[in-house]
Design a protein around this ligand. Structure first.
Ligand code: GAL
Length: 418
């Protein structure tokens, strides 16, 4: 019986391969929001690889850090029955799209490429809907980073703070020396990004997980969250008055050109430093956000595959998925993007020390329990819940009257939104 199934399976596989072999070059259309310097360089590599396989790259870029705009555009395209080949969609949202019945089953490609053997389970699980691969990961970003300009700290005569307790004294000195302590862009997703790093630094991984992944009511409105919100209020004092609506990469540029001392942002910021020709350890330093050295808030970018009608389009999609998992792509894309490969067992010789630290911390935190999904980057909870919590964080960040206690109560309420 087993052999019969095996033979049948082999026969089916070879027919589909034959069908695929007869396919022509396809338009491969990929929706993403990678439009900043380092991001655009990463996408250019994917385009090059697809074109080398004879396909036509159709860029579907929707600008807007964090991807909110891109998701809105994607919904209207799918609803009108015209989905792209693939779209950058992350975390629990992949399950929501899976439930709509519009995603392609990539198990054949995954099996041929041994994805189960090459991806850590924490990554592979996110890529599957009901046990079937529907997405392919391009990277692993770490969100709890702080990017600092050492020259600025030197000029101000102060050490880079490693804890939130050390932070205000250092920020005061930076300010007195004429620098903007914290480069920030006042957009909801950026406020949320700083918030989650502060929660991690104040509460530690177990608290972060209870509050922002498990959405435990008592943790959301309890004393640790209130302390985290007080800390966020403190950090807010050190951003400049022009922060409102500034794009994240412009905030990074302020650190690059020495106007500001530091930025709390995931390691796509490193892509900006690299694109500007800056070297880690010399022109800038990467440090875990204060108090988060033993934690890793992960943000996995992934291309989710939509069901395609024609054999050509299917072949283009399979080639896209195969290319993304290749060691060549995982290396060059992530060298530019600031992240580390999602594929395990890669030689990291060409990567810088920040990436090497990220890879080591990913492994260590997976063992210690410090590896947790980023809520600000749609990895932790359903999109509607994350959106409601983000609204509260932004309201609080911009309000001068809301108390941390009132904000914590609102967070707990928002966490009930599904
Ligand atoms: C994140 C995304 C990153 C980066 C960043 C800024 O959500 O995962 O790849 O693009 O937004 O746009």
């Amino acid at each position: 019986m087993k052999t019969l199934i095996k033979t049948l399976h082999a026969a089916l596989l070879s027919t589909s391969l034959l069908a695929a072999a007869g396919a022509q070059a396809a338009d491969v259309e990929v929706l993403h929001w990678w439009t900043a310097g380092g991001e655009a360089r990463s996408v250019a590599e994917l385009k090059k690889m697809l074109e080398a396989k004879g396909h036509k790259w159709k860029d579907f870029a929707v600008a807007g850090g964090g991807g909110e705009n891109a998701m809105t555009v994607l919904k209207s395209r799918v609803v009108s029955g015209n989905p792209p080949t693939a779209a950058q969609i992350k975390g629990p949202s992949i399950q929501e799209w899976g439930a709509e019945g519009v995603l392609a089953n990539m198990n054949d490609v995954a099996k041929a490429g041994n994805w189960d053997g090459l991806l850590p389970p924490v990554v592979a699980n996110v890529m599957k809907y009901k046990g079937n691969y529907v997405a392919v990961p391009v990277n692993v970003h770490r969100v709890n980073w702080m990017w600092a300009n050492p020259e600025v700290f030197k000029k101000a005569g102060v050490a880079i703070p490693k804890t939130w307790d050390e932070f205000p004294a250092a920020a005061e000195k930076l300010q007195k020396a004429g620098f903007i302590p914290v480069a920030h862009g006042g957009q909801p997703w950026q406020d949320f990004t700083v918030f989650e790093s502060v929660v991690m630094g104040v509460g530690g991984p177990a608290f972060y997980k209870k509050a922002l992944v498990d959405l435990d009511q008592a943790s959301l409105k309890g004393p640790t969250m209130i302390k985290a919100l007080e800390t966020l209020q403190m950090v807010r004092k050190y951003i400049d008055k022009d922060a409102a609506n500034r794009d994240w990469n412009l905030a990074t540029a302020m650190v690059i050109n020495g106007k500001a001392a530091m930025q709390f942002m995931g390691d796509w910021a490193k892509g900006e430093f690299s694109a500007a020709g800056k070297k880690p350890g010399k022109d800038y330093v990467c440090l875990p956000a204060p108090g988060t050295a033993n934690a890793f808030t992960f943000n996995i970018d992934s291309l989710v595959m939509f069901t395609q009608k024609s054999a050509d389009a299917k072949k283009g999609q399979q080639d896209l998925a195969t290319a993304v998992m290749s060691p060549e792509f995982q290396e060059v894309f992530n060298l530019n993007k600031g992240s580390i490969p999602a594929r395990q067992g890669m030689d990291l010789a060409k990567f810088d020390d920040c990436a090497k630290q990220s890879a080591a911390d990913f492994t260590a935190s997976a063992k210690s329990g410090g590896l947790v999904p980023s809520i600000a980057h749609q990895m932790a909870v359903p999109a509607a819940t994350a959106g409601a919590i983000q609204d509260v964080v932004t309201q609080f960040f911009n309000s001068h009257t809301m108390t941390p206690k009132a904000a914590a109560d609102k967070l707990a309420l928002a966490a009930k939104v599904r």
